[in-house]
Design a protein around this ligand. Structure first.
Ligand code: CAA
Length: 392
């Protein structure tokens, strides 16, 4: 049975910070961000936009009324959870109006959990071929003002509908995972921002890539030449470029190497404008590749490298389905260019705002008219979401 990604949707916030402005304000050379990290812009989410609203918005783009009657599992992968107990997927299940006899839960292992969610979805569909699973990877990456990771922050969600006979990508059963108990990046329950051993995290990312890739090749007898493209987890694109260079097979022809590089360049286009969206970053790279590459064709095999600090890494592959391009959009970059630009001062205010709860644990929010879904209030510690009515 063929199982894979039938549809992919993406949502980000409506605000953007240009990194040239951030560099100027922080007194650093803009080339450090544009060339050193390969970053251009980052999406900034206000209080009314969180992993639930972003996830629901991404899913809304791809689901039909029929899908909502068939989906029997909703998984949200996140590392910026809004509740220690209730899963974001339960809110999203309700907002989207998915039929009630479904499982909804959250998965966590830093940026890796989206891949674990796909693995679980695949197993579920193997057992129940008629079912469909909604996998959402949704995160707001916040490092803090003047933190080394500040230019790599971001906000966004990827929604993937997983089914048999998918129309975009068919998974191959070739996953190879690796776990290492390390402290490269973590966020204790009492902290709103992560603790990061930055340089160490980059070394671990690259070493996990190299060792997992070696094991993957050994187990499956595959070489880089078998792949049309490699997608990487994208904490910032420059690290992934180092990853590509690390696994590049020098015995490939110049033409083959050029093609892999060209597809890599297409895979980072969205992340360069959105920033790190943690669990969704790998799949934002995949979407960027599929929507912008000019040399992919049905049957091409794409490798995916997932990395979550802590750390878990996984490499797997999927093949493009005939007609995949009909399921995608071509105006994503234009849409990103329509986000409202923020000054550095407004970004600091908006991104790091905390809800000011009264003595009953309540607060009412405003300014969400341009969102699709919004957090409109916290009422006695309960988050209240709506689908925003648009004037007809
Ligand atoms: N012109 C061009 N390039 C310049 C430059 C200039 N004027 N000034 C500096 N650079 C280059 C540097 O040479 C460096 O390039 P190399 O990596 O090729 O050496 C690059 O810009 C970055 O500069 P620094 O090494 O000085 O590092 P930094 O202070 O900007 O911090 C970072 C980089 C540690 C990665 C920081 O962004 C960070 O902590 N990020 C968060 C952690 C992270 O993303 N880790 C990735 C692996 S963990 C993971 O993948 C999970 C996850 O999503 C978080």
């Amino acid at each position: 049975m063929k199982i894979g990604i039938d549809q992919i949707g993406f949502a980000t916030s409506n605000y953007v910070l240009k990194l040239d402005h951030l560099a100027e304000e922080r007194g650093i050379d803009p080339n450090k961000l544009s060339k050193g990290l390969l970053m251009k812009e980052i999406s900034i989410a206000p209080l009314t936009e969180d992993i639930v609203t972003l996830g629901a918005t991404a899913a809304e783009q791809i689901l039909t009324v029929e899908d909502k009657q068939v989906i029997d599992m909703v998984i949200v992968a996140t590392e910026s959870s809004i509740d220690q107990s209730k899963a974001a997927s339960v809110f999203i299940h309700g907002l989207l109006g998915i039929q009630p006899f479904a499982r909804s839960f959250e998965m966590k292992e830093a940026c890796y959990a989206g891949t674990a969610a796909l693995d679980y979805a695949k197993l579920h569909i193997k057992q129940y071929p008629e079912s469909k699973v909604l996998v959402i990877a949704s995160d707001i990456a916040k490092y803090g003002i003047e933190a080394p990771g500040e230019p790599t922050q971001g906000a966004g969600a990827i929604a993937m509908l997983i089914s048999q006979n998918p129309r975009i990508l068919e998974f191959n059963d070739d996953n190879v995972a690796q776990t290492r108990d390390i402290m490269d990046f973590w966020r204790p329950n009492y902290s709103t921002t992560p603790y990061v051993n930055g340089v160490y995290s980059t070394q671990q990312y690259l070493d996990c890539l190299e060792t997992t890739w070696k094991e993957y090749q050994k187990r499956h007898g595959l070489a880089l030449a078998d792949f049309a493209a490699v997608c990487f987890h994208l904490p910032y694109p420059k690290l992934a470029l180092k990853g590509l260079n690390k696994i590049m097979d020098q015995s490939l022809s110049q033409e083959e190497q050029r093609k892999l590089q060209e597809n890599f360049d297409k895979s980072i286009l969205y992340s360069q404008k959105v920033g790190n969206i943690y669990t969704g970053s790998l799949f934002l790279g995949l979407l960027s590749l599929l929507e912008n590459s000019e040399n992919l064709k049905a049957g091409d095999k794409i490798a995916l490298f997932s990395y979550g600090s802590g750390a878990v890494a996984e490499i797997f592959s999927a093949n493009l389905v005939e007609g995949y391009e009909k399921q995608l959009t071509t105006h994503r970059l234009e849409q990103l260019n329509q986000r409202q630009e923020l000054t550095v001062a407004t970004y600091e205010e908006l991104f790091f705002a905390e809800a000011q709860l009264d003595e009953n644990g309540s607060a009412v929010f405003s300014g969400y008219d341009d969102q699709v879904y919004a957090l409109v209030q916290i009422d006695q510690h309960q988050r209240k979401y709506i689908k925003v009515e648009k004037p007809s």
